[in-house]
Design a protein around this ligand. Structure first.
Ligand code: ADP
Ligand code: G6P
Length: 465
């Protein structure tokens, strides 16, 4: 019998991912920023978490993990193909990221999206106690708020979108557009990373469904649905504490030694995703090597790229292009035993990531579009020595907050090169000053504050403006 919970997180992914090994199945940390941000929140609330375990097949039994009760939802291989790889990651993901790759549309995917969303709504309805707060997350589950309200009108329902919300013209391309919008409007509060996204949403409600709104509260059949911006964050203490240990300091030194003690170590850490601008980053590096502005072995680029969504065509093509470009740069500029680019198509532990952050002189975060980008925030938090410099795309949500990074327009190769060179050449005092300002900001705007600000509004009595 399921123990009902007063605080329930619902996300496509559980915080841990089921991995098949020769010894059998085991659990490991799931990829991506959503899990990084939500783990401390779910733990602090001693909440339940409804999500998919990452493998096709029947759902394992509920279990406890790190103080959180996990309720797995099963996805069949057909669900993985049509709901996860299809509607979620081939239609909605590219459409919401400015269509930086063309979204694909397939009429069979909509049915799978509906069916799987209903399964999550059923699971959440079975886990939530009377009057509980249920917090639904991200683009894979946009129908769940309305489905859950229909099943359990007693609940407080919040929804947070971790990725950008597109302008009306782009959203209107979506075959399920009205259904998705009605799905989101089932929540009491709909949260976005940016103000502009919340405004897009409110305007869309009028444009598509003719709903009235005042400020950012939309009138849905006499019920006020609030929309707002809640920029997500990290727990900076986690990286600060790791960076302060002797092990990580030693490991950071060792990484530099293993790389041949370059004068400048440039780092990229991303899921291997076409929104992250990995190719343009490599392109900027290659051009700077070609014109002799940068040289090997004085400069080295380390690119860590977590495998992601590998069966989706655009991801497979991206991997081929990135690996070809890495091969090309290394062919032209490496020396025996000293590659120009170290490319690691792997997932790393948190301590190893912290050591990489501490070792890097320049961190390059250059997405073409990103809801927030937590890697940028993790890098700042890890630099307790106040060294290092961050190159950051203006198209990452984080750029609205980390104004003392070296900001650039990722669509302009010369601007990326210029920002990289400014970051490489930053003086010690200026670099420290920038780091200090951004660290102060992060400490005051951590993930705990993000969750509190959302939940306070969600749980407050409805106030019509
Ligand atoms: P996204 O959510 O799109 O993946 P974010 O930058 O917001 O992008 O979050 C990525 C999260 O995944 C961060 O917490 C980061 O530390 C983690 N991460 C990224 N690359 C790796 C990797 N190679 N190994 C382990 N964790 C990674
Ligand atoms: C981003 C999305 C998350 C997603 C994560 C990893 O952070 O916002 O919803 O879980 O990427 O992607 P995956 O497809 O592996 O779950």
């Amino acid at each position: 019998m399921t123990k009902r919970s007063d605080f329930v997180v619902v996300a496509n992914r559980l915080p841990v991912d089921e991995e098949a090994t020769v010894e059998g199945r085991r659990w490991r940390a799931s990829p991506g920023g959503l899990v990084t941000a939500l783990c401390p929140v779910a733990r602090a609330h001693r909440g339940a978490w409804v999500g998919w375990g990452g493998a096709a097949g029947p759902a394992p039994d509920p279990f406890d993990h790190d103080g959180i009760q996990l309720y797995p939802v099963g996805l069949s291989s057909a669900d993985v193909e049509c709901f996860y790889e299809g509607q979620s990651n081939s239609t909605i993901w590219p459409l919401y990221h400015d269509a930086v790759e063309p979204p694909a549309f397939d009429r069979t995917w909509g049915d799978a999206y509906r069916t799987v969303n209903a399964r999550f709504a059923d699971a959440a309805a079975g886990v939530a106690a009377r009057g509980a707060t249920v917090w639904i997350h991200d683009y894979q589950l946009q129908l769940v708020p309305a489905m859950l309200r229909a099943r359990r009108p007693d609940l407080r329902i919040g929804f947070f979108l971790h990725i950008p919300f597109p302008p009306i013209e782009l959203f209107m391309q979506m075959p399920l557009r009205a259904e998705i919008l009605r799905g989101l409007l089932g929540a009491d509060l709909v949260g976005f990373q940016q103000k502009l996204a919340a405004q897009n949403f409110v305007r869309l409600a009028r444009h598509l469904l003719g709903l009235r709104y005042r400020g950012t509260t939309i009138d849905v059949d006499g019920r006020g649905v609030r929309a707002g911006a809640f920029p997500i964050s990290i727990d900076p203490k986690e990286m600060e504490q790791l960076a302060a240990t002797e092990e990580i300091k030693a490991r950071a030194r060792q990484i530099r030694t293993e790389l041949g003690n370059p004068k400048t170590l440039i780092l990229g850490v991303d899921r291997l995703d076409y929104t992250k601008g990995i190719e343009l980053r490599l392109g900027a590096f290659r051009e700077l090597l070609e014109d002799g502005t940068l040289t090997v072995p004085e400069t080295t680029l380390v690119q860590v790229a977590t495998p992601s969504r590998e069966r989706v065509e655009h991801y497979d093509m991206l991997r081929t292009r990135v690996e070809r470009e890495v091969g090309r740069i290394n062919g032209d500029f490496s020396r025996v035993g000293i590659p120009a680019v170290h490319y690691l198509h792997q997932s790393y532990s948190r301590p190893e990531l912290a050591a990489l952050y501490c070792a890097a002189d320049v961190m390059m975060v250059t997405p073409l579009r990103d809801g927030m980008n937590l890697v940028a925030k993790e890098y700042i938090a890890a630099r307790i020595d106040q060294g290092g410099a961050l190159v950051l795309s203006e198209f990452a949500g984080a750029a609205n907050e980390l104004r003392h990074a070296f900001l650039c327009n990722p669509h302009d190769p010369d601007a990326v090169k210029e920002a990289l060179l400014r970051a490489i050449g930053v003086g010690r005092a200026d670099g420290r000053r920038r780091m200090q300002i951004m660290q102060r900001y992060l400490r005051a705007h951590d993930v705990d504050r993000w969750a509190r600000s959302f939940l306070e509004i969600l749980q407050a009595p409805e106030a019509h403006e």
